[in-house]
Design a protein around this ligand. Structure first.
Ligand code: NAP
Length: 291
């Protein structure tokens, strides 16, 4: 049996769907029922149920976007930086291996050689580099809290998208926002992310950090072209002149835009679809939300 924390959230729902599809028994813990943010409560539950593995998809993201984290710093710091340490302690006490959903938003840009960041590159969009949003800072701290701990996977998700129209879906955001910021990113198909991360456990690949993004990188304009080509939306897309205009008109805190290298994951035998192909597939099977 698998324990799932944060199963009620956007990413958590995708894990629930994966485990259900695979016929793997799991228990979705909700804070309202079992306060897994309390170390002793979580430890007691783990010792009682003895799950084979735990997935942590809980965290604080800010709604409708990361700007909200600037207003709710306490919840953000607790959910993203303190909670992973609590889970690590409880899992270590109970002898339960686990995986943590982190984020690629702890980087900005690309490596000096133009390639995507690898797991050995030090995050450069953090409180330490003093250039980040509060959200990114807390996600980087969460990774620092887990650094060197045994028996844990740290999986970096980056700008999730899939074929289901949803305000949290990157493709929906591009379709619905009035104006867009041109940027280059590596991004993650949500269903593929969940499947790839769970495969880490199924295949018993070495614990540690993994970038879990679809291979390659893509610009906002290229995604827009794919959206128009698919017929999912035919509107005229409008762009901010530059990041400075975006920051002055539409955002309270800087955004991470970065490219990532997911070849470590591929080297352990877990492959994801090339990014353009994955976006095309999502658009081909687009499920529009009810009006
Ligand atoms: N969505 C993205 O774009 C994205 C990108 C990269 C990484 N991530 C990471 O993926 C994880 C899940 O994100 P999500 O988008 O699924 O978030 P979400 O929809 O807000 O769901 C997060 C879940 O976490 C639980 N939770 C535990 N402590 C919390 C707290 N202090 N504040 C709010 N919720 C808390 C809640 O479940 P219960 O109350 O039921 O226990 C909630 O349903 C987070 O760690 C996030 O940083 C997300």
């Amino acid at each position: 049996m698998i324990y799932l924390l944060g199963g009620s959230g956007y990413v958590g729902h995708a894990y629930q769907a994966l485990l259900t599809r695979k016929g793997i028994p799991f228990r979705n813990l909700r804070r309202a029922e079992v306060d897994y943010t309390n170390r002793d409560v979580l430890r007691t539950a783990l010792l009682r149920d003895r799950p084979a593995f735990l997935i942590n998809a809980a965290g604080y993201t800010g709604k409708p976007n990361v700007d909200a984290c600037e207003l709710h710093k306490h919840a953000c710091l607790f959910g993203n930086a303190v909670l992973p340490g609590i889970i690590a302690d409880a899992c270590a006490d109970a002898g339960v291996p686990w995986g943590h959903v982190s984020s690629g938003c702890i980087y900005t840009g690309s490596r000096p050689d133009g390639r995507g960041f690898t797991e050995t590159d030090t995050p450069n969009f953090t409180f330490r580099t003093n250039n980040c949003s509060f959200y990114s800072g807390t996600k980087a701290l969460g990774e620092e809290v887990l650094a060197g701990k045994p028996d844990v996977y740290i999986w970096r998700l980056r700008i999730p998208f899939d074929h289901v129209d949803n305000p949290r879906n990157f493709l929906t955001k591009l379709i619905r926002y009035q104006r867009l910021l041109e940027a280059t990113n590596s991004i993650s198909h949500l269903e593929e992310f969940c499947a790839a991360t769970f495969a880490c456990w199924e295949k018993r690949v070495p614990f540690g950090l993994y970038n879990v993004t679809n291979p390659g990188q893509i610009t906002t304009r290229e995604v827009v072209d794919l959206i128009r080509e698919s017929g999912v939306a035919n509107k005229e897309f409008s762009f901010f002149k530059d990041e400075a205009e975006f920051m002055s008109l539409a955002a309270k805190t800087p955004r991470s835009n970065c490219t990532m290298d997911s070849s470590k994951l591929a080297r352990v035998g877990i492959t994801m679809t090339e990014v353009r192909t994955s976006i095309r597939q999502a658009l081909r099977h687009w499920q529009k939300a009810a009006a």
